[in-house]
Design a binder for this molecule. Sequence first.
Ligand code: AMP
Ligand code: ZN
Length: 502
Amino acid sequence: MIKLYDTKLHTKVDFTPLKEGKVSMYVCGPTVYNYIHVGNARTFISFDVIRRYLMWRGFDVTFVQNVTDVDDKIINKANEEGRSAAEVAAEYTQAFIDDMHAANVLDPDIRPKATEEIPEMIKLVEQLIEGGHAYESEGDVYFSVRSYSGYGELSGRNVDEMEGGHRELRADGQGLEDRKRDPLDFALWKAAKPGEPAWESPWGMGRPGWHIECSAMSRKYLGLPFDIHGGGGDLVFPHHENERAQSEAACGCTFAEHWMHTGMLRINSEKMSKSLGNFKLLRDVLQTTDAAVLRFLMLQTHYRSPLDFSNERIAEAESALCRIRNTVKNLDWLIETAAEGDSTFDAQELVAEVDACRDEFVASMDDDFNTCRAVGEICKLVASLNSRLGDSTISSSDVPAVKHARDSVEELMSVLGIDASCSLEDGCSCAGWPDAVLTLAEQHAGYSGSDKGAAVDALLEARAEARKAKDWALADAVRDGLAGLGFVIEDTPQGARVTFGA
Ligand code: AMP
Ligand code: ZN
């Protein structure tokens, strides 16, 4: 049974989807006025892993994520740059999609844009007015917070203690408090201001408030109630509290069965955010870091905990991931080179160990998607595979067991969205021979081409011949030269080969 931590209930609960075998999920998307930073990516990658895991467990998942393409920040950016808000939004929507692809995040099944769903939002606002939950005031429409008794339940706030309410500012910086009946009320619809994008509505030209978007789009594409509503922890209040209030007040039913929120990614112990200016853009990080390494780093922390981002952690994640990838490569090599003959290891024991790892992986992920523990189980198996198989002779009869181990590591990693079987051709940094092997091969093996793989082969050949001729100085020079680049020559019963690191 999968358990998830429900923000509203403050506890882990058994997850039983509303419709057997199906899961409906809505995760708030970005406001498209800039490139996303790695903090935003943490939230999107976390929900990508949750979605992938649910799919792997056999659920038919429908995943909806909106794009907020009308907002004060987009309008301000457009004004600064002398462009239209639509142009700015279109550019950063595409950039967001490109960034998600680069980070290996699956596309949502439906990606509605706020500006294309205005009629749906107007319909919802009308319903709220009809039901006595909202009122018009000088072309604005406000949600009447006190008309919905469940307000504050999600974020654990008491309405009577919410003095400040939702301050909304006009373009001239004046408060809109005078238009509201109660300072707690918040805008569902905003009357048009000169030069801003605006749509026709029963209350005159205007544009939707932020919260109403998600209420309208999730209702349209998933129906109410749906299973899981997610987002970053900073959205619990006011965004999700308001979404829930509007939606439940309008339908008189539950909005989302479960609420899930991610912890914040931090840099130097401070939340990464655009407003603090301490952000690193995802696309800049991915210029120098393999997306799989970034994801591996993130998954080593539980999705609800704060995550500290640093270059040291990237380096650690890179070497841990390379260990896994190199083990998969080693297993491939063992499978390829296995010959008839005696084996020196216990295949049955290996299969039992792999299966125990698979069970532990499932138990960890079932426990509120504990990727940290799940990754730990894979690393434990990999360490054991390395020591089990390191100096064993594999015979062809062992191949099914070794293949089971190899395929399991690859499968479990792919559930997390990480490719464990990378190759040099795919640009995998673990498998990459540095340029320096060319110089080394020229020096010791007389190789003058530009193919780095061939250069390494030439080095191994030169070393084998040197050993035959008892030219220990040359053999050692080849070994030490490769060691200087972080590679190790292993002499195995199947011949010599080069692996990364020890
Ligand atoms: P925004 O475009 O600001 O609405 O943010 C998009 C998503 O990123 C939301 O789900 C936010 O909660 C999330 N987010 C923003 N900053 C961080 C951060 N530092 N760590 C994790 N998630 C974040
Ligand atoms: Zn939302």
